[in-house]
Design a protein around this ligand. Structure first.
Ligand SMILES: [Zn+2]
Length: 335
């Protein structure tokens, strides 16, 4: 059986602060002399090894940014994260970055963004991973800083930032409030990536595409409920960056077996597989491919096709595209 860790991957739906390696976070806590509770809950929401509800998850999520005391701490976590991704066979990594979680406490939005981008890029060079950054606005909190973030994303376009987008659990989320920000990013050549179709239906995915001009959707799994809309995704080439374990852990789908990703993939939608928040769900990007192999029963040709959808991500450079394509072919050619 071909090793899944060696399957070349793009990992493009991973929140920076929910993805740092557990060991690096615990080391930081030890250095700071503080106790931090980091429960790992990959199971179904409400179940014995799952989150009680999304609010318990959000409460835990905030503990890690709170632990970061200065920009050196932040850089250290970013570097450890890229090393973790390299070990998972990731050739292109595009974490969702929310500098507003650290600014103004640790510095200005620009200071924080610059430190994160430098740390990610430096570690990427060291570990052979091309790293981008998806500057992300949270739809339930960040309206006042959204314009600033869009301007920053545009400023760093081509210098570490590869996309701009929105995150948020509650849908519909009133995305028209962010239309001007999305336009700023698009004018700078950045693609827009929006969370949608996680708790909201296909209409919310349509809103992200129509109002923000999103070309990729984080989650988007509820698109499956409308066959005509699925066809629209196929025809327009909108990519869904899905996160199967996360969807079970937060109660979006009841179990991995009934996850709609294989159905969407079979219909011709560009689906990528992602971990979302590995620190809290305890499953990395490779584990998502293990789900595809062992739970959905997909053969290696289909696993390679899913991994290959990473080449549809706009930020992937020509050099990485070539390296990725060669590595994919080599993976499939191995016995
Ligand atoms: Zn997400």
């Amino acid at each position: 059986m071909r090793p899944l860790a060696q399957l070349p991957k793009a990992h493009v739906h991973a929140h920076l602060d929910g993805s740092y390696p557990r060991r690096a976070v615990l080391d930081l806590a030890r250095r700071r002399g503080v106790q931090v509770d980091l429960p790992v809950r990959p199971g179904a929401a409400g179940g014995p090894d799952g989150w009680r509800d999304v609010w318990e998850f959000f409460d835990a999520y905030g503990r890690v940014p709170a632990l970061v005391s200065d920009l050196d701490d932040l850089a250290g976590l970013c570097e450890a994260l890229v090393e973790q991704e390299a070990a998972e066979g990731v050739l292109y990594f595009e974490p969702a970055v929310e500098p507003q979680l650290y600014a103004p406490r640790l510095g200005t939005l620009r200071d924080v963004t610059r430190v994160v981008l430098d740390a990610l890029t430096t570690a990427g060079r060291r570990h052979g991973v091309e790293v981008g950054a998806l500057v992300t606005v949270n739809t339930d909190q960040d309206e006042p800083v959204a314009a600033q973030l869009a301007a920053l994303a545009a400023e760093f376009a081509g210098a570490g930032v590869t996309a701009f987008g929105t995150a948020g659990f509650v849908e519909p989320s009133g995305l028209e409030r962010f239309a001007a920000c999305a336009a700023t990013a698009r004018a700078a050549g950045l693609p827009v990536v929006a969370h949608a179709g996680q708790t909201g239906g296909w209409e919310c995915v349509a809103e992200a595409v129509d109002v923000l001009g999103a070309t990729r959707i984080a989650h988007g799994v509820r698109s499956v409920e409308d066959p005509a809309f699925v066809q629209r995704l196929v025809e327009t080439g909108v990519v869904l960056d899905v996160a199967p374990v996360s969807n079970v852990a937060l109660g979006i789908v009841p179990d991995l077996a009934s996850h709609p990703a294989p159905q969407l993939h079979a219909a011709g939608v560009g689906v990528t597989l992602n971990a979302d928040d590995q620190l809290w769900f305890g499953r990395g990007v490779t584990d998502q491919y293990a789900v595809a192999r062992h739970v959905w029963g997909l053969p290696d040709t289909e696993l390679a096709a899913l991994a290959g959808n990473g080449l549809r991500v706009e930020g992937v450079s020509a050099a990485t595209r070539q390296r990725f394509g060669t590595a994919l072919a080599a993976w499939l050619a191995a016995p």
